[in-house]
Ligand binder design. Sequence first.
Ligand SMILES: O=C(O)CCC(=O)C(=O)O
Length: 283
Amino acid sequence: MKLEVSPKKVASYRRHGYTLVRGLFGKRETKRLRTYFTDMVERGGDGWAEGGVHPESDDPLKRYPRLLQPHRGDEVAMNYMVDERIRNWLTAFYGREPYAVQTMVYFKPPGARGQALHQDQRYLRAEPGTCMAAWLALEDIDEGNGCLTIVPGTQDVPMLCPGTSDSTMSFTGDQVPVPKKLKEIPVIMKEGDVLFFNGSLVHGSGPNLSKDRFRRIIVGHYIEGSSDKVAHYYFPVYRFDRSTVDGLEANPWGGGPCGVLVDKNGRQVIEMTGEMEGAKAAH
Ligand SMILES: O=C(O)CCC(=O)C(=O)O
């Protein structure tokens, strides 16, 4: 198990708001996670699938929807969220152990839409400080199967005002613009690599254009250990020893799940909660 952190990568994260750690997880682990969560969604999602599982749908994302917050009842997802390697890296970036608030598993089968450019902090609303992600590739990921794209240079920008995404390319309805002079770049990853990035960094992903390659990932989201607020959706807040944290407040500015699910015609699939309305109203 790779536990040591590299000072160079820590410095790079602090400067750029992201860093890619190659091979942080072994192939046996990624295979186990891949199989475990694929089995879960194929038997109906165990209650974690966004919008439920619809095996007969012609939308690949309805057959394989993302799993939201499975750590709240599933030990394997919890183990990922509080993994010691992730704890070590995040603690090195911020000089203090963060809190863990979210897990999501994406399957993105062949033909599935991606997720338009966004900033996670818009949804998590961690304060003071920001949120961060540990995004683990469960198989090799490139532009062909819908890799993550990021916009370097946005690591410190405030929340950008979103417009509407192209719902034939994205399963979420909002999209933030790429600031002038900055460029969206693909992040090509091998199975077992982890991309760490902060809550301001603009990122998203394209559709899976391949005929037969899934693009499975698991992502954990965290907030700084100095935060005293986070969006209500992210309670309970966990420490890495799995105990829950009392005393944080729900951020009155709203927030909610990462992205509002829309169908290919741009129609919202799941009713928006009051929290999300709050997030939209804030912009
Ligand atoms: O995996 C993707 O396509 C997008 C994930 C994402 O935006 C996130 O983890 O914040």
